[in-house]
Design a binder for this molecule. Sequence first.
Ligand code: T5A
Ligand code: NA
Length: 214
Amino acid sequence: ARSKMPCGRGALIVLEGVDRAGKTTQCKKLVQALIESGRPAEMMRFPDRTTKIGQLISAYLEKKSNLEDHTVHLLFSANRWELVPLMREKLERGISLVVDRYAFSGVAFTSAKPGFSLEWCKIPDVGLPKPDLVLFLQLHPAEAAQRGQFGSERYETSDFQKIVLQRFEHLMKDPSLNWQVIDAARSIEDLHAEIKTHSETAITMAKKQPIGEL
Ligand code: T5A
Ligand code: NA
């Protein structure tokens, strides 16, 4: 019988960063490059706006609906949990997942609101598959501003984004996670080269280890 995991499991690679740091651009390029080099890979993004929960979140972000702050935090987490069976299945089949935002965005954004502690914000995501690599695309707010005006979605104000960045900087101190900070002020190609190198290392390492938990 054929082995279920002929070449080991895939790696869970997460891209995080402030708005307009280039996460989506880099996720797409990374998946393409990994596939071209013979490493099976797929992209995912959170929030995944296509599910029923994702549609509630999308309406909230578009300001078409209002949701209580704790409630929307739990919906963002539920949106990750509902994808966990699919994520595990793909990882176990040897497919690496390149994920555009994950639990760290969840914690950074909600804890930037008044009255929310980092500790409370982390709890709903405890037990999610643990990323093998978290790439943080670091971009100064002034540089981000040069990439166009803020959109009309919720959270797209520079004051809020500054607090979000502080929360991310705190999360990056967690030594149990493999954070790599990438200077996102450089060209798309320069960023891509660095991201690809880190990802190839993570994919090699992940083959020898079980999937961890947050
Ligand atoms: N959220 C999310 C929560 O509150 N809780 C949660 O749990 C989660 C998961 C989702 C919102 O929800 C919040 C966070 C967010 O507020 P989204 O749909 O992920 O938002 O956000 P988007 O608006 O799609 O993405 P961003 O604004 O964050 O942008 P990206 O993906 O970082 O950047 P990208 O690649 O789209 O590029 C932005 C622009 O810059 C250019 C691109 O061409 C594009 O025009 N660019 C560059 N320009 C110069 N140099 C480079 N190196 C460049 N790279 C890209
Ligand atoms: Na994006």
